[in-house]
Ligand binder design. Structure first.
Ligand code: GTP
Ligand code: MG
Length: 300
């Protein structure tokens, strides 16, 4: 059976490591039925065990340090096949992602990973609000930041506001997520890399904090540029959107247990795997492997 390689990308704090921790816990514990099962594992998976046990205990996973190409490798398999299917995840830190966006340069190791990817798992977070706002919206919300000729914020022109913005330093990581993502996808698909995934899954993480709409509608409303990009190439590269709550709610960091969160409530769920929520495409309620099954081409 051919090896399948998937890449996970997403800006800082988009939920990548939490997803990996919950996925490992889920397939390792077998508490909840999943469409893909854990395959055989060789080598060192100490990091996965560490993040999964942290997750199970109800703590936030730690931030992935920049420059880490943390080799998260979770082997999964179809239950009916005796052949194993290897799925390789690359947990690119958000900072590495943003540096690629800022410099348009990738090192040779990363280039090789992009070239060999079969599927792409794109993470965006439902809790990052920034992508909703245009410069005009910011002007309307913060009239005090605007020029003082009039009290009526609505009459400020785009050029007034743009002038104001000119004084601000450009911080690449502050660019809207969808712009960073589309730019990266375009750069990777273009010469010299010519790396295009066969399929794309968009995971909207922290779905417990999303409004009561479908994941597709969320993408159209909140990330219209990314939606348009994916739609445009969908004949060649089909895509799906899932809403995923890998934690089930907000959790504190282990070193700051008093931070207000939904931890107490979540720990009352007796089976930790049942804290997970997956929405979209007929996935059963807690099955994080459903998007990966489709991404791997096991389901049309
Ligand atoms: N409410 C809620 N928050 C979540 C969920 N999953 C992740 N988060 C929060 O989102 C933040 C980022 O999660 P990470 O998994 O560390 O994100 P990451 O993409 O690995 O981030 P970097 O390592 O910085 O690139 C953390 O504060 C998590 O607690 C969820 O299901 N629900
Ligand atoms: Mg991380």
């Amino acid at each position: 059976m051919p090896k399948v390689n998937h890449m996970i990308i997403g800006v800082q704090a988009s939920g990548k490591t939490t997803f990996a921790a919950a996925l490992w816990y889920l397939v390792d514990s077998r508490e909840v039925d999943t469409v893909l099962k854990k395959g055989s594992h060789n080598g060192d998976y100490q990091y996965l065990e560490m993040i999964a046990s942290n997750w199970a205990a109800g703590w936030q996973v730690e931030r992935t340090p920049s420059d880490t190409l943390e080799p998260i490798r979770i082997n999964l398999k179809k239950p009916i096949d005796s052949d194993e299917v290897d799925l390789n995840f690359l947990d690119l830190s958000g900072e590495t992602f943003e540096r690629i966006f800022a410099t348009r340069a990738v090192n040779s190791k990363l280039e090789e990973l992009f070239r060999s990817m079969d599927g792409l798992l794109l993470f965006v977070s439902a809790v990052r609000k920034k992508d909703d706002l245009s410069i005009l919206d910011i002007g309307l919300k913060m009239p005090e930041a605007m020029p003082a000729e009039t009290d009526d914020a609505e009459v400020y022109s785009a050029s007034d506001i743009a002038q104001n913005e000119l004084n601000a330093e450009f911080v690449p990581g502050n660019a809207p997520q969808q712009i960073q993502i589309v730019d990266l996808l375009q750069a990777v698909a273009d010469v010299p890399m010519n790396a295009k995934p066969k399929r794309v899954v968009v995971i909207i993480s922290a779905w417990d904090k999303a409004p009561a709409i479908t994941p597709e509608k969320w993408l159209v409303d909140r990330m219209p540029l990314l939606h348009q990009y994916l739609e445009n190439q969908s004949t060649d590269v089909p895509y799906r959107v899932y809403g995923v709550s890998a934690q089930g709610g907000s959790l504190p960091k282990r070193e700051k247990p008093q931070t207000p969160s939904e931890r107490e409530h979540l720990l009352k769920v007796k089976i930790p795997g049942e804290r997970i929520k997956v929405v979209g495409h007929g996935a059963s309620a807690h099955d994080l492997t459903h998007p990966i099954q489709w991404l791997s081409g096991f389901e049309d």
